[in-house]
Design a protein around this ligand. Structure first.
Ligand SMILES: *[C@@H]1O[C@H](CO)[C@@H](O)[C@H](O)[C@H]1NC(C)=O
Ligand SMILES: *[C@@H]1O[C@H](CO)[C@@H](O)[C@H](O)[C@H]1NC(C)=O
Length: 388
């Protein structure tokens, strides 16, 4: 065999090896590498050998799946970019296992490729841990088992992790997450989150629930405060208190109840409300400017609520990446786009920075974003978002 043909064979073998690996790898989209962010001088010094148990860490928990990976990547990037101590963030990712979900090794490779020095762990989450507990609801997407993964954080994360900030994959931080991390939780509280007391709390439960002689208002009697709606997409959770109080079992008790009597409609939120409404510690609304997804994919654009903004949340049906791909973005979706690391199949300029520059808002997009805002605080926030 001549040198040329040996080289050819080596090439073929290599190609065959790459092909053999590609079916799983091809399932995940490609992402650019994010810029690297370093700790400032006043950040806690790492404790040698402490790893995930280092007391100086800020723990963030999120889910990872193929469908929302693009959102998760943008969320991670935004958290790092705005953190005063980005190297002190530790990410805990819950990933579905089986049922056609991407392999954990592939997810790990994708995250590490975009964030080479990110400190993170991926925890496989078995869908059958909740399958028997989920009842059919009006929106199929709400019933994905991974929506219930947040109930299992205290079981999955290492015991030395004292608290975690749980975040949905459709969020964007525009402020230092350490400020949320440092939320003080009074002894009686297990969860801290922004509360929305003007929202109609009764509509999260059925009439059958409110009319039931042993359920309804009785369930919330004796709570720290009147029960209010809160969004489970942004929560600070005291994992130690959660474990001691067996809160996963308390939530699952209500999920069992739901199978017998139809006490609510929407998926994973109501059992959380049943356990925690009126008991949580309220956090400033700036940490969950939710509802930016709107009611449907392309029809409705929602503005930010009044007041300052630290975290934007595209909850609701419409996701910014879907609207951008469809060429029908809402004004605020342009802000999301500036954190989008996704490399489309026809995108040849794959180098992260040049791509990210291209995604900056045009002046016109930026000016339309803050139109019609009268609240001073909010206008300032909106302008700050544009400068990002
Ligand atoms: C709240 O929702 C319930 C149930 O959907 C409804 O009956 C009630 O009128 C609503 N209350 C207000 C103040 O809108
Ligand atoms: C990529 O380019 C091909 C060929 O021009 C086209 O058929 C395909 O629709 C493009 N894909 C996307 C996502 O734009």
């Amino acid at each position: 065999m001549g040198a040329a043909s040996r080289a050819m064979w080596a090439g073929l073998v290599l190609a065959a090896l790459l092909l053999a690996q590609s079916p799983a790898a091809a399932a995940l989209p490609r992402f650019a590498e994010a810029p690297e962010y370093r700790n400032g001088e006043r950040c806690p010094a790492p404790v040698a050998g402490a790893g995930v148990c280092d007391p100086g860490l800020v723990h963030i928990a999120m889910t990872l799946d193929a469908h929302y990976l693009r959102g998760s990547m943008a969320a991670i990037y935004s958290l790092l970019k705005h953190a005063s101590c980005p190297e002190s963030l530790f990410f805990h990712f819950l990933a579905a296992e089986g049922g056609g979900a991407p392999a954990v090794a592939d997810l790990r490779a994708a995250v590490a490729a975009s964030f080479p020095s990110l400190r993170f762990e991926i925890y496989p989450f078995r869908a059958d841990a909740v399958a028997g507990l989920i009842s059919a609801s009006v929106r199929a997407a709400l019933e994905a088992p991974l929506n219930y993964a947040r109930n299992h954080l205290a079981d999955l994360l290492p015991r030395c992790v004292p608290r975690a900030i749980y975040l949905d994959s459709d969020v964007l931080a525009v402020d230092d997450v350490r400020r949320l991390w440092e939320t003080r939780l009074p002894a009686a509280a297990v969860v801290a989150a922004p509360e929305y007391c003007h929202a109609n709390f009764s509509r999260y439960f059925t009439e059958a629930f409110w009319n039931d002689p042993v359920l309804g208002a009785r369930v919330f009697a004796g709570r720290r405060r009147a029960p209010c709606y809160f969004n489970t997409g942004v929560m600070v959770i005291d994992l130690r208190r959660w474990r001691v109080g067996n809160y996963r079992q308390r939530i699952e008790w209500w999920m069992e109840m739901q199978k017998e009597k139809r006490i609510y409609e929407l998926g994973s939120l109501p059992p959380f409300l049943l356990v925690f409404a009126g008991e949580i510690e309220a956090v400033d609304h700036r940490w969950n400017q939710h509802g930016l997804g709107g009611d449907n994919v392309f029809g409705s654009c929602r503005p930010l609520h009044n007041g300052p903004v630290s975290l934007m949340h595209w909850s609701g049906k419409g996701k910014p990446w879907d609207r951008l791909d469809a060429g029908k973005p809402c004004p605020l979706d342009h802000t999301w786009k500036s954190y989008d690391l996704y490399i489309g199949e026809n995108d040849s300029s794959a180098s992260g920075q040049s791509r990210l520059k291209m995604q900056q808002l045009t002046a016109e997009q930026a000016s339309s974003m803050c139109n019609g805002i009268s609240d001073d605080n909010f206008l300032t926030s909106c302008r700050l978002l544009q400068l990002d």
